[in-house]
Design a protein around this ligand. Sequence first.
Ligand SMILES: O=C(O)C(=O)C[C@]1(C(=O)O)C=C[C@@H](O)C=C1
Length: 291
Amino acid sequence: MKRIAVLPEGSVSHEAIEFLFDGEPLELNHFKLISDVFRAVDSGSVQYSVIPFENTIEGSVSLHMDWLVNEVDIPIQAEWVYPSIQNIIGHGNEFRMHDGSYDFSKITKIMSHPVAIPQCQNFIRQHSPDANLEGVNSTAEAVEIVKKNPGKGWVGIGTKLAARKHGLDIMAERVTDHDNNYTRFVLIGHEPVSIPRKADHMKTSLIVTLPEDAPGALHQVLSAFAWRKLNLTRLESRPTKKRLGSYYFYIDVVETVDSVLLTAAMAEIEALKCQVRVLGSYPCYTYPSPS
Ligand SMILES: O=C(O)C(=O)C[C@]1(C(=O)O)C=C[C@@H](O)C=C1
């Protein structure tokens, strides 16, 4: 049975990993902090870790990107997309009105993961503009804290799975600003993984660091992909954290063509005195579109 580190029971990450393995029994080790989820592979206590990487509304989860690049050396083995469906969860009796509906203006505090709160801005502005917003380690943790603090007017933004686990009420369903709210997850680990789904395509993730003060270097790097007709799906710069104004580039290449071309592109980029690090070449699984 695969041993996998993931955020707490009822988190979006937990739902997502159960989806990826489609009912295959898994040994899940739950951790409160994403840093511990990352470290679990390093310490050998699990084979794989589940990392949320990018969200439709919020974009890259930069903290997780930086951890993958700077703090650990663990390859990406798979990527998949899963919907982040968020709900308002609380002790319903604190907010229930005579007609049975909820008075959301009574909410004093809304807690969730810092990536989940901005996903629900419209709902918050419209229904609970005076509530305090508080970021915690996961959506699941927010719901757990609310459970332990009745009578204070607190609610959490989280999954139905978390509401069920803690026996709380789902006061409003699907409260994200856009229905198409998806999160891209990556599975990291030292061994390739078998997944009971059909992969959509392969992808290679690269970290490219340009030589200092080389005008046109990024243009030349991009040309190495362009003339080989290699399809880039992501190009993002992040600070190297070594000094202000120094960046690395995170590049995703979808391999729809022969990988020999990609190897040649990387050799060309290295010849330009760039540093190239491969974060992984891995299968990607898309979420089935509603029929
Ligand atoms: O807090 C959770 O439930 C998580 O799985 C983490 C996480 C994230 O880090 O992006 C995952 C997806 C959600 O959109 C919000 C939070």
